[in-house]
Every structure is written in C-alpha cells, then in structure tokens.
Design a binder for this molecule. Structure first.
Ligand code: ARG
Length: 476
C-alpha cells in the first residue's frame, strides 16, 4: 500500500502515452483506480519476450530494419536487467507494465522504441503476456503436483498392510489399509494433474497479432510470433481472442478443485492428529505452539491448507462474475483478471509444497490405527458375506442375522471381531466353525480383492500402476 501511495505522488507529474487527444490531465484518483502497474509487473518476463518476438517478426516482414531490431533487443535486455535488479522506476501514471516498459525502452534507445507498437495493441499484448504466464504456471503446478504424488506414493508404499478403519458418515465402516486410503488422494491428484495438462493443451494458442480487436492492415506473420513464443498455433478469431479469459478461469478452477482435494486431505489429517484418533503426529517443523497453553502442538499447516481453499474459490467466483456481462471485445473490467490468478497460483504452489513436506515428515501410529479397527464391528459385512456364500442365505436375511450378532456383541461389551463361535451358532444354527476367519479384521481387509479394492494384493497392484504413471509423466 505504501508503495502504491508513492507511485501516486509521482504520477502527478507524468505524461500519458495516449494523451494526444486529451487537453486536461487525468485525475490522480483515476490514475490510482485505472492502473494495474502495482501488480501486472509480475508479467514482465512475458512482456519482454513478447516484444522481442513481435519486433523480430516485424523485421522479417520488412516493417523494421535489422539495426532497429538489434537496438530494440538491446534496450529490452537493459530494461529486464533493471527490473531484476530492482532499479526500474514503476510510475503509476504509466498505468500498466506494457506502457512502462515501452516508455523506458524509448528513453534508452530513442525514437526506434516508438516503432515497437506497430501492428500491436495493448489488448493483444496483455492477452499474450497473461496467457503465457498462465501456461507457464500450469506447467510449474503440474511439476509440484507430480512431486507431491511421488511423496504420497513413497509414504503409501510402506503401509499396504497397515490396518485403518474405513469410514462412511465418519463412522467405522470396513477395515482398509493406510496405503489404500492415501492412494485415494493419489487418484484425486492425478486427475488434478491431468486437468492442468488438458488446460495447457487447449490454451496453447497465440493471441499476438490480433491487435485491438479486428486484426491489422500491416503485413504481419502471426505464425512467426507463435513459433517464437512456443505456442502450438494461432488463434482463429481476433474478436474472441482479445476478450477471452477462459484460460485464466480454467486455471482458477483447476486450482480450486486441487485445493478442495487438499482441503479434504488436510481435514482428515487434522482429525488423525487429534488425541481422539492419534493415528499420526505431525513433525515439529509443520506444527505450531500456543501463546498461552504450553502443552499445545497445533496442526496449523494442515488447517491453513484447509482454509486456503476459501480464497481460491473466491478468486474463481470473482473472475467468472467479472466476465459474465462483458460485451465483445476488450473492456477494462478485464484488468480485474490478474490479481486473483496471481494469488491463487501462489496459494497453490505453497500449498503443494507444504503438503508434500508435512506428509514426508509425519509419524504414522500403526498400533493406534489397528486398535481403532477393533471398535465399531468392522467385520459385520464379512459375516453377512459368509452367510450368503457358505449358508446360501439371501443377503437381506444375512444382513438381519448379522445385526443380531452385532447387538449380541454390544450386549457382551465386545467387538464383533472377538465374538465366539458358540455365540454365533446360538444366533443362527446354519453358521459353521469355518466362520471364524471371516471375523478377523485383517481377513476382512484382504477379502476385498475386487478390482480397485482394499486388499493388500490389490493395493500393491494399484501402487505399481501409480508408479508407472509417475514415471511416464515426469517431463513437463
Ligand atoms: N492493463 C490492461 C489490462 O491489464 C492492459 C490492456 C489495456 N488496454 C486498453 N485498451 N486499455 O487489461
């Protein structure tokens, strides 16, 4: 905010690039309201690369000469250096980074700088810069998701026999193993990865050369700039292209979805780290203390992973709403696209790193997970399945008989997995002694051998598939 005010002061004395038809100076209040320079400098790399590609193409087309191109390239290299060294003066009156860079370029190289904007508008300029930023971030996020998935696979690899109660309605349901549980998140992160990849592919199209909205009479070559900037192709309709922010909305949605998955995972880990569960302990490095209660060790990292989903959903809603009533083509409302995306991208990146580290450094309390499986009659479905399979009893009736066995166990104050054969026989005479293995928790987990099921054998198979996918998808 402080920086913002200083910029405002300076702006009062600056002249505008578009001021030809104006006779009055802009209100300083409008300067402050209208400018994006406080935040769009994040795009400086893309802007400079875009300008070099554009100038190169203008030279290929005979619109600039070679000396002019060399001078522009040198000037832009200096601008880049100044920005990276923190020596660049960002003036609020320049409105946005595009004009600030062009102004500085002209100050360095003289009038040739003024030729750079031939056959270009800030509308296609910002479209190309922002799109390339979003594409770059898609890739960076994919690599962070991949690193998280690799860590998840590593931790899960140790726990394909570690029993943990599987739940529905947050009530004990059926025994599973911890690797199976972790790999459920692995499946979600894989879908997230593929979503970013898919968006990358769909949006890798060059807007440069669309100019303000309708193209340009100059003899440009859009394919050349597209090739130089690494785009797959050139956009089809200029009117759409300069006002299209689908790529930005897509990354906001992809981030929201991934953060929703992270939030669910964080919620489970918060529960697991409580005294009531005690399934895991977070390392000290990813926990915090209380200012008043000396004994406290709080899962703040996981809570923030859960909480930050709120802000990224907000950013998504915000841009969807900005865009929904806009007539074609560019409208200044569109400038509202950036801050939310920058914020969501940063939130996503740090969240993926924090989750990965938290996961790699936590301690798993296998005994507590196992002990929890002895509460809540987790082998009930197995008893019903036994009655169907071995006694030829219809499932509905088997369900009822099992209910009786559960009630008996409650009456005896034991878990169903510890009920005796005699008690079971008394409930239904068709039950034989071979029922006993079905009552074991481990047997129950390992019995679920259907494809995608929790048995250790199926879990190991799933881990192997996951690992092959990780290996096949490790180049971005
Ligand atoms: N700062 C503007 C933005 O981010 C750049 C495009 C401005 N174009 C215009 N015709 N005013 O959207």
């Amino acid at each position: 905010m402080l920086e913002y005010r200083n910029l405002k002061q300076r702006s009062l004395i600056m002249e505008k690039m578009w001021s030809g038809r104006f006779s009055e100076a802009a209100s300083s209040l409008l300067d402050e309201f209208n400018a994006s320079i406080m935040f769009d400098r994040e795009l400086y790399q893309e802007d400079i690369e875009g300008s070099i590609a554009h100038a190169t193409m203008l030279t290929e087309q005979g619109i600039l000469n070679k000396d002019e191109l060399e001078s522009i390239k040198k000037g832009l290299a200096q601008v880049k250096e100044e920005i990276e060294a923190g020596e660049f003066t960002w003036e609020l009156s320049d409105e946005d980074l595009h004009m600030a860079i062009e102004k500085r370029l002209t100050a360095i190289i003289g009038d040739t700088g003024k030729k750079l904007h031939t056959a270009r508008s800030r509308n296609d300029q910002v479209a190309v810069d922002f799109r390339r930023y979003v594409l770059r971030k898609n890739k960076e996020i994919m690599s962070l998701i991949h690193a998280l998935m690799t860590a998840l696979h590593k931790v899960a690899g140790k726990h394909s026999e570690t029993l943990i109660p599987g739940m529905t309605h947050l009530q004990h349901a059926q025994p599973t193993n911890f690797a199976f549980h972790l790999m459920a998140y692995g499946s979600m992160f894989k879908r997230d990865f593929e979503r970013f990849e898919d968006s990358y592919r769909r949006n890798n199209i060059s807007p440069l050369g669309c100019a303000a909205l309708a193209g340009t009479p100059h003899n440009i070559n859009r394919q050349s700039t597209a090739n130089q900037l690494g785009f797959d192709s050139v956009s089809t309709n200029c009117l759409d292209t300069v006002s299209d922010r689908d790529f930005a909305i897509e990354i906001l949605f992809n981030i929201s979805m991934a953060m929703m998955h992270i939030s669910r995972f964080a919620e489970e880990m918060i529960l697991w780290s409580s005294y009531e569960f005690k399934f895991i302990t977070f390392s000290d490095a990813y926990s915090t203390g209380s200012s008043i209660m000396p004994q406290k060790k709080n899962p703040d990292a996981a809570e923030l992973l859960r909480g930050k989903s709120g802000r990224v959903y907000g950013n998504l809603m915000s841009l969807l709403t900005v865009m929904k009533g806009l007539p074609l083509a560019y409208n200044k409302d569109t400038q509202e696209d950036k801050e939310g995306v920058f914020d969501s991208v940063k939130t996503m990146e740090i969240s993926l790193k924090i989750l990965r580290e938290s996961l790699l450094t936590l301690t798993v309390h296998e005994d507590n997970m196992k002990a929890a499986c002895k509460v809540g009659h987790l082998s009930a479905t197995d008893l019903a399945d036994y009655l169907v399979e071995h006694c030829d009893i219809p499932f509905r009736e088997a369900h009822f008989i099992t209910g009786k066995a559960v009630a008996k166990s409650e009456e005896l104050g034991i878990d169903l997995s510890d009920i005796s054969y005699e008690e079971l026989k008394a409930i239904d005479g068709r039950i034989e002694e071979n029922v006993m293995p079905y009552m074991s928790i481990k047997h129950s987990m390992n019995a679920r051998t259907s494809e995608g099921g929790t048995s250790t054998v199926r879990t190991i198979e799933q881990l192997a598939k996951f690992n092959s996918w990780l290996e096949e998808n490790n180049s971005f």
